[in-house]
Design a protein around this ligand. Structure first.
Ligand code: NAD
Length: 428
């Protein structure tokens, strides 16, 4: 039964979809999903990403997803004040970093990195003498270096390139595997494309030297030769006394001992880290994968941060994780907003960016643990959460603040209550 209006096209087989313009694709999607004209108009606004550029970054582009960027204040990293742009949809994340950094502004965060080294893996199978194959590959080190460096003269000119070779024999379900690691300094690039090209170029040689068959040739996101570290002290007197300090220590002990808790503990750390990674156009998935793999490096998933007490009785906090971020490559250089965020951060090198991000992760974690160990997380969340609930209930403009305030005052932040408050407000 129809009322005469044409039925939407409900087939997902759309010939030549990728060849169309973003607007043409959007119209096809609108027809498929029966989107209202005002929704289509909103989606067609690309915000601060030029549509042509968006269309080049990924495939089948129709729109953009706008995420707010908040700026964390109070951060002092290695003696230098920094403003940190953070792209996140989650309330309280930016405030948490500001709060933590305010409480140790005098001393700030001390940071360091282990290097800029990425690892590319080449998998070889079906080798009758895997241990001898390992040695045969290791013997070719200088040849491998020349081939890898030949792949990326720009990187070599900038002081990067091949640095080391590692060959491992893995005992797997499918029999022994010989896995070659190319260790490459990728300077200010995250380096995925750079090292993947090297791995693909070296692969036929590895097949010949090993006498096996090569399958996978790709970087490892467990970038454990590109660790970023941050350390900070929060004075017990400034964070609310020994009870608060001990609550934070106990929260850390819990995360250290229990993967169920550690997953949430590290998720909080990544709230801060991924927000800066996203704001700077870096690859959030690569960073998340590296962080969680590193948290499980001992065979038991655990906390990425550590908390101890200094000789003076203050809280000493530290973090260490892989942070393969870049200032060139991917969207970092192309996305105008990423470029603006990098300018706000004022980072001259990828290393400096990684160091600031590690400090943000630590700040985020301190705030989360402090809130959890004292008032609980919901109190801080409530004001912004209440605004989200007010908007879900249909509040607009000044109504949002009024409804949210009423919800917080009543201590019941629920959408049904918000709808009632909004109704009453509109009647009055
Ligand atoms: P890229 O290849 O676009 O840029 C890196 C290149 O830029 C270098 O190889 C070098 O030739 C050149 N360059 C210019 N100035 C440089 C400088 N100062 N420092 C270093 N290099 C400089 O980018 P990339 O960093 O190799 O790759 C990053 C992209 O790869 C990201 O978008 C990521 O999402 C994507 N990616 C990730 C994975 C993964 O994480 N598993 C896999 C594939 C692709």
């Amino acid at each position: 039964m129809t009322d005469g209006t044409p039925l939407p096209n409900r087939s997902s087989r759309i010939a030549g979809f990728h060849k169309k313009s973003p607007r043409e694709r959007l119209d096809l999607v609108a027809s498929f999903a029966d989107l209202a004209p005002d929704v289509v108009e909103r989606l067609s606004d690309f915000g601060n990403l030029p549509p042509d550029l968006g269309d080049r970054l990924i495939e089948n582009v129709v729109s953009t997803m706008n995420i707010p960027i908040g700026v964390a204040t109070n951060m002092k990293v290695d003696g230098e004040d920094v403003l940190v742009p953070m792209a996140t949809e989650e309330s309280s994340v930016v405030a948490a970093v500001c709060n933590a950094a305010r409480q140790n502004y005098d001393t700030g965060f001390a940071t360091s990195v282990s290097g800029n080294l990425m690892i590319a893996q080449v998998q070889a199978v079906g080798i009758s003498d895997p241990h001898a194959a390992r040695i045969r590959i290791l013997e070719r080190r200088s040849e491998i270096q020349a081939i890898c460096d030949g792949c990326d003269p720009v990187l070599v000119r900038l002081g990067g390139g091949f640095r080391d070779l590692e060959v491992r024999v893995l005992d797997t379900l499918g029999g022994p595997m010989v896995v070659t690691h190319l260790i490459v300094d990728t300077r200010d690039a995250m380096g995925a494309n750079a090292v993947n090209t090297m791995a693909e170029t070296i692969a036929p040689h590895v097949a010949r030297w090993s006498g096996g068959r090569v399958y996978l040739r790709i970087l490892s996101n467990l970038a454990d030769r590109r660790l970023a570290r941050a350390h900070a002290v929060w004075r017990t007197a400034e964070i609310g006394g020994p009870e608060v300090r001990d609550g934070i220590l106990s929260a850390y002990h819990f995360a250290e001992a229990d993967p169920y808790r550690a997953a949430t503990h590290n998720k909080g750390i990544m709230n801060g880290i991924s927000a800066v990674v996203l704001a700077t156009g870096n690859d959030t998935r690569a960073i998340e994968a590296g962080a969680h793999a590193y948290a499980a490096r001992s065979g038991r998933y655990t906390s990425l941060t550590r908390y101890e007490t200094t000789a003076e009785g203050d809280l000493s906090a530290s973090i260490e994780l892989p942070l393969a971020v870049g200032l060139v490559g991917g969207a970092t250089k192309l996305h105008p907003t990423a470029q603006a965020c990098l300018k706000i951060l004022g980072v001259p090198t990828a290393e400096r960016l990684a160091r600031i991000i590690a400090a943000v992760g630590l700040a985020q974690n301190f705030s989360a643990l402090k809130a959890l160990a004292t008032t609980g997380i919901q109190k801080g969340h409530m004001a912004l959460h209440a605004q989200n609930i007010a908007m879900m209930a249909g509040a607009v403009g000044d109504e949002i603040e009024t409804v949210a305030r009423t919800l917080v005052e009543r201590g019941t932040v629920r959408v049904d209550v918000a709808e009632k408050v909004l109704q009453d407000l509109r009647k009055s």
